[in-house]
Design a protein around this ligand. Structure first.
Ligand code: NAP
Length: 219
């Protein structure tokens, strides 16, 4: 059974709130897990679905582990949390993976039963105007932008006013900010540490670091 169908079965309520945790997770770390847990609690979400990117349009350089490895690391990291699920929806997409296509698929599955909250890094959301069909995206979900401490929130405020200027009266883009101290951890730093044989202890779940060391990722 797909995680989306499992969620429908598990939640008896008429209307549910579902977090969509979008990211490359290259690799997943404690900053991502704390972000999802905070969003779950602060926004009273029923469940959070992690959706690792498949063949993302914006990643052309750097070390990107294969989709299957990133998916498995995400499953390992979230396995013990009953409110966290992982979807293959983007991993299994053969074509370039766009957020709008994912949201349309989720809308088909949940129809009006679920309100969707797309959770991701604030820097990723700042680029939303360059994504495929940004206006449509904004109508499918609210956004929760996770920031690292000291983040300049003016940039998000500017984006909100830009989005509002092309929204209709009946519809306004919803972007909520959430500061996450644990996001001082970054996937880039973890990859650099692995490359230069420095410790990655306490930055990500031990089971994930065992997986990536076993498979020689990011060396
Ligand atoms: P990114 O540009 O690699 O990440 C930007 C920043 O956000 C990084 O600091 C990153 O930290 C952080 N971040 C990423 N995901 C996060 C999460 N779920 N929670 C907290 N922080 C997070 O962004 P990305 O990971 O590749 O993409 C983010 C999402 O935007 C994905 O779902 C992707 O599909 C979507 N996106 C869609 C399009 C499109 O449809 N055209 C284009 C671009 C992105 P770490 O490096 O530590 O993760």
């Amino acid at each position: 059974m797909f995680p989306e169908e499992k969620i429908i079965k598990l939640c008896a309520k008429k209307h549910i709130k579902v977090g969509i945790m979008g990211g490359t997770f290259n690799p997943i770390h404690f900053g991502h897990l704390v972000t999802a847990e905070e969003a779950l609690k602060q926004f009273c979400l029923d469940k959070v679905i992690f959706i690792p990117t498949g063949n993302p349009p914006h990643k052309t350089s750097g070390i990107l582990a294969g989709p299957e490895d990133r998916y498995l690391m995400t499953v390992i990291a979230t396995a013990s949390n009953p409110d966290f699920f992982v979807s293959r929806i983007e991993i299994d997409r053969e074509k370039t993976s766009y957020t709008i296509d994912t949201l349309k698929e989720l809308k088909n599955i949940f129809s009006d039963r679920a309100g969707l909250y797309f959770i991701t890094g604030a820097d990723a959301i700042l680029e939303i105007l360059s994504w495929k069909e940004p206006r449509e995206i904004m109508q499918y979900c609210s956004f929760i932008a996770a920031t690292r401490p000291g983040y300049d929130i003016k940039k998000i405020e500017e984006l909100k006013s830009k989005l509002d200027s092309f929204s209709t009266n009946s519809f306004k883009a919803q972007i909520y900010l959430m500061e996450i101290p644990a996001l001082a951890i970054s996937s880039t730093d973890i990859r650099n540490r692995i490359k230069s044989n420095r410790s990655i202890k306490y930055l990500l779940p031990e089971s994930v670091s065992n997986y990536l060391l076993k498979h020689g990722l990011y060396k």
